[in-house]
Ligand binder design. Structure first.
Ligand SMILES: [Zn+2]
Length: 185
């Protein structure tokens, strides 16, 4: 969850306010890049913008760093192995991964991977992967897939564990989201 309001982020982006750099990232889905709020490039159209709390989430959404504001170098340079690891996580949203899987993809020690995720997201790499799997499930449910099917598809064997994790992440039970998706049809 972002601890800034949507209005605050829009304002920071519109004013290119550098004091917000590192607090959130601006994903521009029309160009496929993510920017710092202070990016000197022209302010993107709001309809193309999604805000992210971390670069890892922006990368998971298929975005890459910006050549103008060097968002991949702020607040620090992202490790070379990171995009491949996130890509692997995304491609495996239907099952659990192990730390060994991640090490194999990254080609670095698991302690290095753990340190990066803990430092930047306050999460273990496997907890970040679980968040991506929940996000994948959320998208399936809003597309109208039954939430039990979405839970199994995203690697949860226990529906109650899925329901708890989902509620913790999105603040609403998957059943209610499903009902809402249904109402839109
Ligand atoms: Zn930029």
């Amino acid at each position: 969850m972002l601890n800034l309001s949507y209005t605050q982020m829009v304002k920071a982006m519109t004013e290119s306010d550098a004091s917000y750099d590192g607090r959130f990232y601006v994903g521009v889905h029309s160009t496929g890049i993510y920017c710092l709020p202070s990016c000197p490039a022209k302010t993107p159209l709001l309809k193309n913008v999604m805000f992210y709390t971390s670069r890892e989430e922006a990368i998971a959404a298929g975005l890459r760093g910006c050549k103008r504001c060097h968002s991949d170098r702020y607040p620090d340079v992202l490790p070379d192995w990171l995009p491949a690891v996130i890509e692997h996580m995304k491609n495996n949203s239907q099952r659990r991964l192990t730390e060994t899987d991640l090490m194999t993809i990254a080609g670095v020690e698991i302690s290095t991977i753990r340190r990066h995720f803990q430092h930047n997201l306050g999460l273990t790499p496997l907890a970040f992967h679980r968040r991506l799997r929940l996000e994948h499930a959320r998208i399936m449910i809003t597309d109208g897939v039954d939430y039990l099917a979405a839970a199994y598809e995203c690697g949860w064997e226990s529906v109650s564990a899925f329901r708890d994790a989902f509620k913790r992440q999105f603040g609403c039970p998957p059943g209610r989201l499903y009902a809402r998706a249904d109402n839109h049809l």
